[in-house]
Design a protein around this ligand. Sequence first.
Ligand code: GDP
Ligand code: MG
Length: 469
Amino acid sequence: MQRLAPHLCVVGHPNKGKSSMVSTLVEDDTVQVGLESGTTRQADSFYFKWHGKTLLQLTDTPGFQRPHQVLDWLTSVAVNPAQRPARIKEFLAEPTHAARFPDEVALLTPIMAGAGILYVVDAAQPVTAADEAEMEILRWTGQPRMAVINPMTVGEERTEWLGTLEQYFQWVRVFNPLTADLPARLTLLRAIGELRLGWSDAMAELCAGLEQRQQQRLKDVSIRLAQYWCEQMDRREPMHALHRASGLKAEEILRQKLDDAERQWFHSLLDLWHFQSTEVDRIADWALDAHNLMRTETWYLWGLKQKDLLLVSAAAGAAAGLAIDVGLGGASLLLGAVSGGVVGSASGWLATKQKPGQRWGLFRLSQEKTFIGPVKHPNFPLVVMSRALSFVQQLWVKPHAERSAFTLHNTAEQWDRSAQIQLLKWVKTLQNGRWKSHHQQALAAWIQSQLSARLERFMAAEKDRTWLM
Ligand SMILES: Nc1nc2c(ncn2[C@@H]2O[C@H](COP(=O)(O)OP(=O)(O)O)[C@@H](O)[C@H]2O)c(=O)[nH]1
Ligand SMILES: [Mg+2]
């Protein structure tokens, strides 16, 4: 049996989520969704490529415009069932039809060239005569057909739709492209593989690849996050060079470096997940207004409000206790915050002197240098980690059709105390130059367990929400 990549045409009324299906199934957020209905477009093909091989092709179509007239034309002469596909080919061959029925010609052409059919309905309205005409035309093509109910709204008409769809389609499935998680996508992809002899191998390969990728991504992203977090925790800039290079204040430059590093890290993951056009709303994209910039409580704490300053712990007393547990050298800083006064200027506690012979990155210092950074505020490690984890969690569960921006959440204050203490201890080790590879591994393992737990919780909640037929 020849191994083939399934090719399906996605057909249905405007605004029923056809393009959304395509976007989620092929993991491409450049597929245009929400286009004005009635806009005639060409049928566009999208491909799911795996290690350079196409394993699935989906053709997004504008949908039927004049199904009654087409069916009338098809039935205007008597044809027996075996001749129906040939009759559709005659319809396509009729020279005037490209102008009279552009949408129908656009969608029937790839189908008659061998594509299967994915018919999308939302089942919210009763079945109309036009719907039946469409389904009848699709049946005449003789091509493998699957109907997918996109449960966009809760309607009363599902039973009627189900009974009708089952007469015209070999398979009827429910799939919501805006919420579909990996198990839901795998189920649909496997069903597609069963539609035609020769398709199942490609779908089995794709599904196995996707499952394996999920495991690999969890490991990779944990290692990357550990690396990124360590870099942020230890980020420092030599003061003199900075002053010469620009008129900017040293704190401002450090802030920008931290901010750029976060942005770059997020974008590197967006690339890995093939998100090309979905935005990240980083909230604390600092307004470059010098007055606000210099208020430690606005930039240091990455957008936290003053009342949230002590996010490491809900109560001021507990925060002080935490600082003692960790043995933070900068406890006086934290205690300053506890007693109500937030440090007025960053420079007092950001500047660190390093002696000749000490290492800075790859270089050994030849003379004493003053650095800005690393940030020693005890909230900082938790906020950086929390933002990154919240971003990864969203990345993990967002289907490509779901185009709302990624938003960052800070949940560090809800973490258990031992996790907070562990992170702060790691930072201390890192900033004191005692960081070893076993610390790095322990950090990556901690991140992986955090991510797994979050994802499991999310999947369990998603299962409860899924509408099962
Ligand atoms: N609430 C909700 N909206 C959806 C769902 N599927 C698609 N949409 C939205 O409906 C609009 C039309 O979707 P689109 O995929 O472009 O439909 P098409 O015209 O059939 O290609 C877009 O704004 C989608 O975000 C769904 O399951 N639930
Ligand atoms: Mg569309």
